[in-house]
Ligand binder design. Structure first.
Ligand SMILES: [Zn+2]
Length: 597
């Protein structure tokens, strides 16, 4: 015997079997019992919710002849007479279903309406069901309207649509309208439990909970997913298998993201996405679970104790609800919800998820405590070159920015770069100060403040010189080859090449502002490194005092500032960010939280 899919096998055949549509069922039952029949019905609601099923039961109610052939119109069709069995079997001559999505033109409707001219062949009523009726062309609607205005006694119309707003008002006004509701996940879950019991399929509550949610209000989808899950699990259901099939993600991942956002811990966010990717877990599933979690947190915050105690997810939602202010929960919910659409557009869903989480990190409602500011600097997101560059000293804002406001949740500071082996006063370079400056902007900065047009006043100005490119390129090579370290490296980065005289041996003059770097020992180290890099038998360096305009360090800082501004401009112009700022009046972009990659 061939396998009959569950959605078909368990399709309700009577009003009593319909799940979750009590209002519609009650109204139709009363109307049938009292023989108050309308000539046109309109069923609205999302897909897979039972519109066609109701239409078929209605057609059976109108045409049932009862088991002994003597029955009349009834709210409880017998299920065994010719009308009942043939409508169930999709072969009753007087019941016609037309899908307007594929038959929307005037010719199809004319053809249908021509048939309306003839009395029913065997039944009491002809029932015409037009599914997705909103897709009919205007011409078709108008043709239909004429028949709807003066229908023959024996004709009943059932229109079904997922989008009633697209129906002509003149059509709507001639129909008795019923709105079928999306089913609550618990209801789908209960029904699935009954079906699986009848099918003798072993299952657990957690799998059914997942399937109930994944059905998104549609019992048909719930049953189809259950079919797939049974096939996936080799005849049985268990939560890991169902989770894998649905691409859904254990709530602990979502909870970790929310925790990291509450702690402004960018490093933890990135680590979380990596963990998902490594384990082959779906980014969309994680985002969806996060949306659900935030929604539950919002409920807990608004009505403490409202979440059911016996739900396994309640405990974590309560714990996290205490970590965030309500407006921030709402904001994160919106960002996660909008992010779901965006995820489909991202070339790589995990990269898409990273962007969504970073965007969430960049937001904080007004009134968040200022300590957050110093916590919004996820070291992992600092520009990559900073890792080897000397101005990278600046990647450690803690050395310049005040630290007492830091809480335990703050991002762990990065380890000092290996070349920093001197007392702190040696590393407090002008470059360091400059790169920290954007972070020092006041918390009360206006919401969508334009990115700063020029570097902060204390930033050293870069004025490119003729030899600047050559020198910066050479120093970069020294760095890559790890030929200089510690203060010799600092000397290279803080100096400006002002003259090159041909040799032999060649003589180069370097201008260096800081006296502490103009030592013979450092000069000799740098000379040796340069000669080695260039393959020269000898080289002479002269260090001179003077104010510099173009050092490798300044170039690095300038490049970092350029990329920072670029990143800020992208975020400030991001349509979603603008929308969020408009929707959430208390939201603002946390200064300094935007970091270029
Ligand atoms: Zn019957």
């Amino acid at each position: 015997m061939s396998y009959v899919v569950l959605a078909r096998k368990y399709r309700p055949r009577s009003f009593a079997e319909m799940v979750g549509q009590d209002a519609v069922v009650r109204a139709l039952t009363h109307a049938l019992e009292q023989q108050r029949l309308h000539h046109a019905y309109l069923f609205t609601g999302t897909r897979g919710i039972g519109k066609t099923t109701v239409s078929r039961i209605l057609a059976k109610s109108l045409n049932c002849t009862g088991a002994d052939g003597s029955g009349g119109i009834t709210a409880t069709p017998c299920g065994v007479c010719a009308a009942c069995t043939e409508i169930d079997g999709d072969r009753y001559i007087d019941y016609i279903e037309l899908d307007a999505a594929s038959n929307r033109g005037i010719d199809e409707i004319r053809d249908l309406l021509e048939r309306a001219a003839y009395k029913p062949s065997i039944g009491r009523f002809k029932v015409f069901m037009i599914d997705e009726a909103h897709q009919l062309t205007k011409e078709s609607f108008n043709a239909l309207l004429k028949t709807l205005e003066e229908p023959p006694e024996y004709l009943k119309f059932v229109l079904a649509t997922t989008d009633p707003e697209k129906m002509l008002p003149t059509v709507l006004s001639r129909c008795l309208q019923f709105n079928l509701r999306p089913m609550a996940p618990e209801l789908v879950q209960q029904h699935l439990a009954q079906v699986l019991k009848a099918e003798c399929v072993t299952h657990d509550d957690a799998s059914l909970r997942l399937l109930g949610r994944a059905a998104r209000g549609s019992m048909r989808d719930g049953l189809s997913l259950t079919d797939q899950a049974i096939a996936f699990g080799g005849g049985r259901l268990d939560v890991e298998g169902v989770r894998a099939m649905l691409g859904s993600v254990d709530r602990s991942h979502a909870a970790n993201f929310v925790r990291a956002l509450a702690a402004r811990d960018g490093r933890a966010l990135l680590g979380g996405v990596d963990a998902l990717r490594e384990r082959g877990l779906s980014a969309a599933g994680a985002l969806e679970e996060m949306t659900r979690l935030l929604q539950q947190m919002a409920i807990e915050q608004a009505v403490p104790g409202a979440l059911p105690d016996d739900e396994p997810d309640t405990a974590v939602a309560r714990e996290l609800a205490a970590l965030l202010p309500t407006d921030e929960t709402q904001l994160l919910y919106s960002l996660a919800l909008h992010g779901r659409q965006e995820l489909n557009l991202a070339p790589d869903p995990h990269a898409g998820l990273t962007m969504i989480l970073l965007r969430a990190l960049a937001f904080a409602p007004a009134g968040s405590e200022p300590t957050r500011l110093s916590q919004t600097i996820p070291a992992a997101m600092a520009p990559k070159p900073a890792a080897q560059a000397p101005a990278a000293v600046a990647a450690q804002p803690a050395r310049v920015a005040p630290t007492p406001a830091r809480s335990q949740t703050a991002v762990r500071e990065p380890e000092p770069p290996s070349w920093i082996d001197e007392p702190p006063d040696e590393i407090e370079t002008a470059g360091g100060r400059a790169a920290v400056a954007p972070l020092a902007r006041p918390v009360s900065a206006p919401v969508a403040a334009p990115p700063p047009a020029s570097p902060p006043p204390e930033a050293p100005v870069l004025r490119p010189t003729p030899l600047g490119d050559v020198w910066a390129g050479l120093v970069a090579r020294l760095e890559q080859g790890q030929r200089v370290a510690a203060l010799a490296r600092e000397l290279a980065l803080q100096s400006e090449l002002v003259e090159q005289q041909a040799g032999p041996p060649p003589l180069w003059r370097l201008r260096v502002e800081r006296e502490s770097l103009r030592t013979a020992a450092l000069r000799d180290k740098l000379t040796a490194a340069l000669a080695d890099e260039l393959g020269l038998p000898a080289l002479r360096l002269e260090l001179e005092d003077g104010s510099v305009q173009d050092t490798p360090a300044r170039r690095i800082v300038a490049e970092r500032q350029r990329r920072q501004q670029e990143a800020e401009q992208i975020i400030h112009a991001d349509p979603l960010v603008l929308q969020m700022l408009a929707e959430f009046k208390t939201a603002r972009i946390v200064p300094g939280s935007i970091k270029p990659h």
